[in-house]
Design a protein around this ligand. Structure first.
Ligand SMILES: Cc1cc2nc3c(=O)[nH]c(=O)nc-3n(C[C@H](O)[C@H](O)[C@H](O)COP(=O)(O)O)c2cc1C
Length: 262
């Protein structure tokens, strides 16, 4: 039976939402149940996290793997979590920064754990669609610049080194005060991967994947006494171009500013 209860479409968001709906006819498509075993989907799953080539070999930053366990309970981390822009002028400590990335979207192997395989954030189809890029302003022992977080090596791969505070204020962020943070974390959705498996529904799933990583970042920041706030207020095209993303198959969907607490 076709469902016709929808109110009229009033804007692009409604249009998008309907286009990413699963239709009832999918239930009559037995091949879908075995989609995970199709060769091109197995290939996608095995592709693994992104690795970028960098011409700045001496700018690669190996993050710490020697990470002391968190000392607060999950319950306390949730209760203390808040969005804060009260950034201190002190650099984010290297150990904290390493821990934040490892726990939010790293491989489970990158931290002390007996569970092997997979990432520290759930993702649709286990495709790990959310890639992390970082703009460092003030992090201990790390040169300011734009980096990609290589989750396999647990390392930052530089795209471009330099102080991009002014550029960020003028060209990227609507809330310019966020450049007072220690770094900006850009959550980029690898739509290409999701669309190959899920079609239009992949867009929804990509946003949800990024949402999980964002919540991990919030909770770990809370546990490490770091200030953090998410923002959707950024200029997509400028940012995607700087990160060498095409803005469609790969696109930034959320920005988080993180710093030591005042
Ligand atoms: C997806 C998302 C987008 C957000 N965008 C902005 C933003 O553009 N500007 C801003 O100041 N805060 C932004 N925030 C932070 C929210 O305003 C904040 O989470 C909310 O006020 C609740 O406060 P709390 O996080 O301290 O509970 C965003 C949060 C999320 C989860």
């Amino acid at each position: 039976m076709r469902i016709t209860r929808f109110p009229p479409i009033e804007n692009e968001a409604h249009e998008y939402h309907l286009r990413s709906n699963n239709s009832p006819w999918l239930l009559k498509t037995p091949a879908l149940k075995s989609v995970n075993y199709q060769p091109h989907i197995i290939e996608l799953s095995n592709e693994g996290p992104r690795k970028i080539e960098t011409a700045i070999e001496d700018g690669v930053v190996q993050l710490s793997r020697d990470l002391a366990p968190l000392t607060i309970t999950l319950e306390d981390a949730i209760m203390q979590r808040t969005s804060s822009r009260m950034f201190s002028r002190s650099p984010i400590l290297f150990e904290k920064f390493s821990k934040l990335l490892a726990l939010s979207n790293g491989l489970r192997e990158s931290v002390n754990t007996k569970i092997k395989g997979g990432r520290n954030s759930p993702s649709a189809g286990g495709l790990g669609s959310c890639e992390i890029y970082i703009l460092v302003f003030n992090v201990e022992d790390i040169k300011p610049g734009l980096y990609h977080y290589d989750v396999i090596e647990h390392a930052l791969k530089p795209l471009k080194l330099g102080n991009f505070k002014r550029w960020t204020e003028k060209m990227v962020l609507i809330q310019t005060e966020l450049t007072e943070s220690g770094c900006l974390i850009f959550l980029a959705s690898n739509q290409n991967r999701l669309l190959q498996k899920y079609g239009s529904r992949g867009y929804r799933l990509g946003l949800l994947d990024a949402g999980h990583v964002s919540q991990n970042i919030y909770l770990i920041a809370s546990a490490l006494n770091l200030a953090v706030t998410a923002t959707g207020g950024f200029i997509d095209d400028t940012l995607n171009t700087a990160l060498r993303l095409d803005g469609l198959k790969d696109c930034v969907v959320l920005v988080l500013a993180v710093g030591e607490n005042q």
